[in-house]
Ligand binder design. Structure first.
Ligand code: FPP
Length: 245
């Protein structure tokens, strides 16, 4: 049986997250500027989103720009800020064909105005699509996400809209950027680094983690199937015990 048929006959993760690491190293190996790695990485994101949609995955969250990435050289930041508009130009047809919805998670008030407008436009235009939800985490940091949620909940409490006993896991979940997405099943970080780097800390509580060596621009369908195949072989216990067969 091929890996693909095996994967398709097993439990398909509903929500996958990817830390798309290694763009810079991938480009350097080819004597190219780091920005070339980001360009290839962005093209690869299109391919992998389409593959995920075809496999029946409901949501794909990707780490495209972190709250800490602002400390990179200005030229690289400018390049990264320009990626969403390039992404829209090049891939809108493909995403429409595949009924892919795009949302952005993160602080949305620090980008140049044209990026803010583009984010609104893309979210609005794709909001009724029924295929994969591609969640692009852009100026995203998990500490900020959790703190923003805590502030919203505190406001509700202060205004008397909720009682102390109403503050539970479900309420917190509903005050995270991912409130519309299924629980996270699997996190993949490419390029061999084994860190979480302030990504989806709450959502990762019971996810499986997978760290392939390959750099993000080279992560292809075969690698994706391998990751899911590996995921399907794990025994997820969520803190309990599985019955002995
Ligand atoms: C990490 O590699 C990658 C990034 C900081 C940027 C990732 C962004 C994309 C793949 C494109 C996103 C697309 C849209 C639409 C916004 P790195 O630069 O840290 O690589 P290195 O570890 O090899 O230096």
């Amino acid at each position: 049986m091929s890996v693909e048929s095996r994967v398709l006959s097993g439990y398909i993760p509903r929500h996958i997250a990817i830390i798309m690491d290694g763009n810079g190293r991938w480009a350097k190996k080819r004597n190219m500027p780091r920005t070339f790695g980001h360009k290839k990485g962005s093209e690869n994101l299109k391919n992998i989103a389409i593959e995920c949609n075809e496999l029946g995955i409901k949501a794909l969250s990707v780490y495209a720009f972190s709250t800490e990435n602002w400390s990179r050289p200005k030229a690289e930041i400018d390049y990264l800020m320009n990626l969403p508009s390039k992404f829209e130009e090049t891939f809108k047809g493909k995403f429409e064909e595949n009924d892919i919805r795009v949302i952005f998670s993160g602080r949305k008030n620090r980008f140049p105005k044209n990026v803010q407008d583009l984010i609104k436009r893309v979210e609005e235009k794709t909001k009724n699509r029924k295929g994969l939800i591609l969640n692009i985490c852009f100026d995203y940091g998990s500490y900020t996400e959790i703190l923003d949620g805590v502030k919203e909940i505190s406001e509700l409490y202060k205004n008397g809209d909720i009682k102390l006993e109403d503050i539970n896991e479900d309420l917190m979940k509903n005050h995270l950027y991912t409130k519309e997405l299924p629980d996270l099943d699997l996190l993949i970080r490419t390029s061999g680094e084994e860190r979480i780097s302030n990504f989806l800390l709450w959502q990762l509580a019971y996810s499986e983690l997978y760290f392939p060596k390959v750099h993000w621009p080279a992560f292809n369908k075969k690698q994706l199937l391998k990751a899911i195949d590996n995921f399907q072989k794990r025994n997820r216990r969520f803190g309990g015990l599985k019955e002995e067969k």
